[in-house]
Design a protein around this ligand. Sequence first.
Ligand SMILES: Nc1ncnc2c1ncn2[C@@H]1O[C@H](COP(=O)(O)OP(=O)(O)OP(=O)(O)O)[C@@H](O)[C@H]1O
Ligand SMILES: [Mg+2]
Length: 441
Amino acid sequence: MFSLLLADDNALECQITSDHLRGAGYRVTSVTDGLSALDQLRQQPFDLLIADVLMPRLDGFELCRRCREEAALRGLPIILCSGSYTEVNERQLGLGFGANRYLLKPVDPDLLLREVASLLQQKRQPPQPGSETSDDTEEQMQLLRTYNEVLFRKLDRKMHELTQQLEISQQTRNQLLHNEKLAAIGQMAAGVVHEINNPLSYLRSNLGSLQTCSRRVRQYLEALEAFVTAGPTSPQREALRQLRQQLDLDYLLAESEQMLHDCQDGSDRILAIVKDMRSFSRKDEEHPGLADLNALIRSSLNICHNQLKYHVELDCQLAELPLVPCYPQQISQVLVNLLVNAAQAIEQQGHIRIRSFSADGQACVEISDSGCGMSAKVLDQIFDPFFTTKPAGIGTGLGLPISADIVRRHGGSLRADSQPGQGSRFCLCLPLAAQPTTAEI
Ligand SMILES: Nc1ncnc2c1ncn2[C@@H]1O[C@H](COP(=O)(O)OP(=O)(O)OP(=O)(O)O)[C@@H](O)[C@H]1O
Ligand SMILES: [Mg+2]
């Protein structure tokens, strides 16, 4: 029975290959690095070596070279396999160092068996010309130089990959931190909203009662007034008239109703914000729903009211829209991001126009502002994570990338166009037909 040595640091690949070889009737010993392979070869005779190229301690190239240097191992058939060194010059290097075959990973198991069988047939015959180790020093030097170059290139590529991975993991870490921060703010907002909700409910109920009280007191006073005025003149009647003047009762009665009415309006507003905040901070339901995009626009405007009210004139042109299959909270998040960006782009006074319409099986929202606009260079980067032109503490540069991601997972599109000094326009379109699944989101 032929005895084979298999050297591969990938445990799973090693297991699969050795099972396959054993199944074909070979005895297989496996090791996980080049140095152990060399030790094994020195300790006991093997009929053939199959070695991975990229291995710890001693790579396949060097293992080959050392085998060919040792008299006892010079005739050993060697198959090198690699998934990393796949270029022609790398293959030539392997053959130059004395490998009889150079196979690319993933190696077809049947091909491997054929190669093993064919090499074992030629066993003990002198190595083929291409795989022979040359005694010529200059040729050896050239091989070593190529080997160095190959290693250097590999190292360089690995460094590049590692740097990229480092950058990605740094970005992911920052994004996670940001998400955690957002989640914490969301939770805090949910807590605050809950706290506001209770006093708000009795405030609203009392305001309603006070309005009824005020109306009745006014009714009674008017009846009393009519009664007193109709009666005979008397010092008490005169005193009452003066008191009424002193207390400025006419003004107060007229104003109190208006004040109560304003309070009612204010509390309605607080209620709307509380409701919107509650749905905004709530986690999305498991399944997408059908949402009225116009209602989402209105509630997002409520949430952003504070950022808009002093310096922005709003122009809303909302067309009637079919219901949109989506995760409503996520779409609200996108709308809030776009509105806040638009508001922040307007330094002094300006306007934001919001238009909704349906076209080509999509429901769309267009948000244009008269803000600072963007240069082509900025426009090119706005969807890059962490790209921001805002001072630290104001912008993190995640609003648009997160929005674009949400829209993409809904199968929609988010486009921007802008000119410096001419304002910007963002257009969000969501498909009316495709229903996003939980798996997609
Ligand atoms: N309406 C707009 N007008 C002008 N510039 C904009 C507008 N919207 C986005 N930008 C530019 O795109 C950049 C990225 O926007 P994005 O929403 O991703 O991040 P941000 O607003 O800077 O920070 P964050 O949203 O994380 O608080 C902004 O810093 C700004 O330069
Ligand atoms: Mg933003």
